[in-house]
Design a protein around this ligand. Structure first.
Ligand code: EPZ
Length: 422
């Protein structure tokens, strides 16, 4: 079993590039099948979930080439419309293939998707939106049998601004006849990135980034080359790592506007931050202070994906910070592990009260989900002594070369195989 060994206490300094966004590239990879042509994607991160998406594309019959950060998908030879259960279970985003496959072939068969265990993660909004567009969906023994000989544009009002349901509806609507209007759509930057990709492929779509997205379906798609946006969650993780360990770091190639809730919180906690449209500089030279309550919310609110790494940084602070997790019902699994490192955190339902401590101590801990795993790395960098973090399979789903990047900033972190110690 591989593990990260972290010797805490080194200040971080230097500059880092942020790789392409996992949550953009996954729906974009699904969307490539709709064209029946060649799509060239640049800035694709080397992540477990990207590999899983490529496996799905290959299973469907597409030809995929991966060279460094460039993935080329030729979806012309696509010959299947089903996805086997073992591939569906790899990640949550496998469900976004549903809208794309229906748009391309009018039929789809798949089971329910996997992904991080963050509480119940239904797909009812995905299914009701696709049904509104004309898909007939039978749910039998954990399997979805979908038929949509003809998808027709319509009004889709999402009761929750679900990211995945917005993406699935966008894809199916591009393959529908007529106009679809999605109201209460998710406004996350990754939705705007998907829209930009679809426009580059020939779709008529506008409004992503706002609550109303309008899609005029039925236009032909063509070949394209597209660069995936930078990963704002990875950028947020590096910011919290500097806040935890101290130091001065420039994070390059990120849009600071997408990080404003995180940077505002870190400034309140005592960090110095300077931003321009292409980079964010952070300096942290003093112990952190507790901050006003952090309430996660759909974009542009505080992103749930940064909740755990920020909590790890504020676990070592002067004062108390209250977190309220409003997006997922069970996204505090990192708390028990942080407490092994000496954190003082109490959880009651969706609320976590973090009483800052002066020092965290290195410990043996286990990542139980992606961002919770990143939080353990953040905490270990700021802790006294050595930590051993297992469960790297979770972290590898969303961070490319996390240890190498942190080492380039001066952190003492190594990936090892079982049994090795520092
Ligand atoms: C996306 O998940 C991201 N994943 C998540 O990132 C992110 O945390 C989340 O959006 C919120 O920003 C990807 O983009 C691959 P949702 P998604 O549908 O689409 C409920 C990470 O660490 N809901 O917006 O699954 C749902 O249960 C990950 O990178 C329904 O009730 O999120 C949740 O409480 C984890 N019915 C809320 O809505 C539905 O049909 C928001 O979920 C769909 C969702």
């Amino acid at each position: 079993m591989s593990a990260f060994l972290v010797s805490g206490g080194n200040r971080l300094s230097g500059a880092v590039h942020v790789h392409g966004a996992k949550n953009s590239v996954l729906p974009i990879l699904a969307a490539t099948i709709m064209s029946g042509k060649v799509s060239v994607l640049h800035n694709c991160p080397d992540l477990k979930d990207v590999t899983a998406s490529i496996q799905i594309l290959e299973y469907l019959g597409c030809k995929v080439q991966r060279e460094g950060g460039t993935v080329t998908v030729d979806s012309n030879p696509m010959s299947r419309c089903d996805i086997p259960d073992e591939l569906m279970r790899e990640m949550r985003s496998s469900v976004i293939f549903l809208g794309a496959i229906l748009a391309r072939t009018g039929r789809a068969v798949m089971s329910f998707p996997g992904g991080c265990e963050l509480g119940s993660r239904p797909i009812d909004l995905h299914l009701s939106s696709l049904r509104a567009l004309g898909a007939e969906i039978d749910e039998k023994s954990g399997c979805l049998y979908c038929a949509a000989p003809k998808l027709r544009g319509c009004e889709v009002n999402l009761s929750i601004p679900s990211v995945g349901a917005t993406e699935n509806t966008m894809l199916a609507a591009c393959g529908s006849e007529g106009v679809t209007v999605i109201t209460n759509a998710a406004r996350e930057p990754e939705i705007a990135d998907l829209q930009n990709f679809l426009i580059a492929m020939g779709a008529r779509i506008q409004g992503a980034g706002s609550s109303t997205i309008i899609i005029e379906g039925g236009y032909p798609f063509h070949e394209l080359s597209y660069r995936v946006m930078a990963d704002r969650i990875v950028a947020a993780t590096y910011l919290t790592a500097v806040a935890a360990a101290g130091g001065e770091v420039e994070i390059e190639d990120v849009d600071y506007r997408q990080l404003s809730t995180v940077t505002a919180t870190l400034i309140e906690a005592g960090c110095y931050i300077r931003s321009d449209p292409k980079r964010v500089f952070i300096s942290c030279t003093k112990p952190l202070f507790g901050v006003r309550p952090i309430r996660t919310a759909p974009y542009p609110g505080f992103l749930t994906d940064a909740q755990a790494p920020l909590m790890a940084a504020l676990a070592k602070s002067q004062g108390t910070t209250v977190f309220v997790e409003n997006i997922f019902e069970n996204r505090y699994r990192h708390v028990a592990e942080l407490m092994r490192m000496g954190a003082d955190i109490r959880v009651e339902g969706r609320v976590a009260v973090v009483c800052g401590v002066n020092t965290l101590r290195g410990a043996s801990v286990r990542a139980t989900d992606l961002r919770g795993g990143a939080a353990l790395v953040v905490a270990a960098l700021g802790a006294e002594g050595d930590s051993r973090i297992t469960g790297l399979g979770h972290i590898d789903r969303g961070y490319q070369d996390l240890d190498e990047t942190l080492r380039s900033l001066g952190a003492a972190i190594w990936r090892t195989e079982d049994g090795e110690t520092l």
